[in-house]
Ligand binder design. Structure first.
Ligand SMILES: NC(=O)c1ccc[n+]([C@@H]2O[C@H](COP(=O)([O-])OP(=O)(O)OC[C@H]3O[C@@H](n4cnc5c(N)ncnc54)[C@H](OP(=O)(O)O)[C@@H]3O)[C@@H](O)[C@H]2O)c1
Length: 261
């Protein structure tokens, strides 16, 4: 089976207007899937959609949706009505960097809405339809930060641990129904959102297209993937060589170096 036969006809990319989500949309279009692109900035989605319709001869729908809003499920159902969704990439995230106690509770709860509740809604809605059809794929963007507590990004990292563990559980549970599930544990990636965070000092950065390609190539082969050789070495160091306590301290040193103002 080709990728499009296994995961077509349509793929939904949640958070597709920039960065990694845009890269997923481009890669899926190149693999011949029709697309439904979601994000808040509908103008950016429409520009990307026009380009992909023209370049790849596919159907591309767009909808301006706030994935953290209480009416998410209704908006989602309206956006995909009548379409056969064979693949979902839940890419969007809300991230906050800085001391936990300096962030408002509302802002932290928004992380839970966009990064945890959103993926759960998508898994429930599309997992059910895919299992009934006997085929499909769900990709969740986690992060290398999901592997341990991470000072200065504590809530964000905890939300990514939720995404990772949800995907791992569903990888096994839905396999019998023909649904492939993957968590992408990306490391630092050159996206507008990453660059806007203005880290001080250099870390090895991957390009979004390479991360998207590696994630899609891993779907159906394993429960999670860490794209990039250097990131995989870092993952072994953090999760196998260091104790959990030492890994948390190491993360704290890294995030303070990058983000203490
Ligand atoms: N970049 C990195 O270094 C890195 C590393 C590890 C993991 N990740 C993960 O990779 C994913 C993508 O990261 P990114 O750096 O490309 O940037 P991002 O800001 O996390 O995601 C950007 C996309 O998500 C959309 N989005 C954000 N909040 C939304 C909301 N409430 N409703 C609808 N759409 C929303 C944005 O569109 P609108 O603004 O138009 O809504 C944009 O299309 C995230 O899950 C992130 O946690 C990134």
């Amino acid at each position: 089976m080709t990728f499009a036969e296994r995961y077509g006809k349509y793929a939904v990319v949640a958070g597709a207007s920039a960065g990694l989500g845009e890269a997923f949309a481009r890669e899926l279009a190149a693999r011949g899937l029709h697309l439904v692109l979601l994000a808040r900035r509908g103008d950016l989605l429409e520009t990307l959609a026009a380009e992909l319709r023209q370049a790849c001869s596919i159907d591309v729908r767009t909808a301006a949706v706030d994935l953290g809003a209480p009416d998410l499920l209704a908006k989602l159902r309206a956006a995909v009505a009548g379409l056969e969704i064979g693949l979902v990439v839940y890419n969007a995230a809300h991230s906050l960097i800085g001391p936990f106690l300096s962030q408002s509770l509302d802002d932290k709860l928004r992380i839970v809405d966009v990064n945890c509740k959103g993926p759960l809604v998508f898994a429930d809605e599309f997992g059910r339809a895919m299992a009934a059809r006997g085929r499909g794929g769900l990709v969740f963007m986690a992060s290398m930060a999901a592997a341990q507590g991470s000072p200065l990004v504590a809530t964000y990292a905890a939300s990514k641990a939720f995404d990772l563990v949800l995907a791992e559980g569903l990888w096994d549970e839905l396999a019998g129904a023909g649904v492939d599930v993957l968590a992408c544990r990306a490391g630092a990636t050159r996206t507008p959102n990453y660059e806007a965070s203005q880290p001080r000092g250099k870390v090895p950065l991957m390009e979004p297209a390479a991360v998207a390609r590696r994630a899609l190539d891993s779907l159906g082969k394993r429960p999670s993937v860490v794209p990039g050789f250097v990131n995989r070495l870092g993952d072994v160091f953090m999760t196998r060589l260091l104790s959990r306590r030492a890994a948390i301290r190491f993360m704290g040193k890294t995030t303070r170096r990058l983000y203490s103002r």
